[in-house]
Ligand binder design. Structure first.
Ligand SMILES: [Zn+2]
Length: 270
């Protein structure tokens, strides 16, 4: 089985670099543990392709210490549950390639692939090999998986929702902060966020990305949702930023950055 791990060359180790950046939203790190972390593949074999990676720069499972071995194994269940709830796959490929001869794209730093599968995707993927055309954009997939993983590992089912108009210039507040909702037992966090948006009269609501803290595992679950806001209740983003507590103002700023990154991408592909 072929896995697509590598991208453009960069200095040093891709995994060590991402971990060192301390900017998990950019790095697509969905969870930081004690000795291991979970990262989305920037060049995924399929939507929702994540990797379980030791924090130490080691190349083979036989070199991991006990703590790392256990944490990598323990992460498999919450990661699978999170991906299943986030994306509703029908199956998974899970595996480790040790050494370049075995197909490891980044042979120097061990990583275990967890690749969700749907009927027909195996026929579809070779056609678009080496392109970035995927059914869902990475910031959206990242937000879904990070929210579910935090739910699995921290036992939270509440999501705060930063609602933004298409320009990012207006938002909706509830009692001086962002509206929030609890996801049902089987309901994905992202679906709960869209349900709340609809209840609040937002039209054409869609998930934009993760608006919470940059470092995985810190702060509440916060998702950015875009749509057409009910005009009477919309608050200008600048005015809202002044009203909010500093942490919430940062979440609003994160969401606005996501909206402008999206419109930049849309403009460059037209
Ligand atoms: Zn490394």
């Amino acid at each position: 089985m072929q896995y697509v791990t590598g991208g453009p060359r960069e200095e040093g180790c891709v995994f060590c670099n991402r971990l060192r950046e301390q900017h998990d939203t950019n790095a697509l790190i969905a969870h930081r543990g004690e000795t291991a972390f979970v990262i989305l593949n920037l060049f995924p074999y399929n939507t929702g392709h994540v990797m379980l990676v030791p924090q130490a720069h080691i190349s083979s499972p036989e070199d991991t210490d006990d703590a790392t071995t256990h944490e990598l194994a323990d992460l498999r269940r919450p990661v699978m549950r999170a991906v299943r709830r986030a994306l509703n796959p029908v199956g998974f490929n899970i595996g480790v390639n040790v050494g370049a001869v075995a197909g490891a794209g980044i042979a120097a730093h061990l990583h275990e692939h967890v690749v969700p599968r749907w009927p027909g995707d195996a026929n579809f993927m070779p056609v678009i090999a080496n392109t970035q055309v995927l059914p869902e954009v990475l910031p959206v997939t990242y937000a879904k998986i990070r929210a579910e993983l935090q739910r699995e590992l921290a036992g939270e089912a509440d999501v705060q929702v930063v609602l933004l108009d298409p320009d990012g210039e207006a938002t909706l507040l509830a009692e001086g902060t962002f509206p929030a909702v609890s996801a049902g037992p089987e309901e994905p966090m992202w679906a709960a966020a869209l349900r709340l948006a609809q209840q609040l009269g937002v039209r054409d609501a869609e998930l934009i990305g993760w608006a919470g803290a940059q470092l995985a595992g810190q702060g509440p679950i916060v998702l950015a949702v875009g749509g057409v806001l009910p005009a009477q209740q919309a608050v200008g983003s600048t005015a809202a930023g002044d009203l909010l507590a500093p942490e919430d103002a940062q979440f609003l700023a994160n969401a606005i950055t996501l909206v402008s990154a999206r419109s930049d991408t849309a403009a460059s592909t037209e």
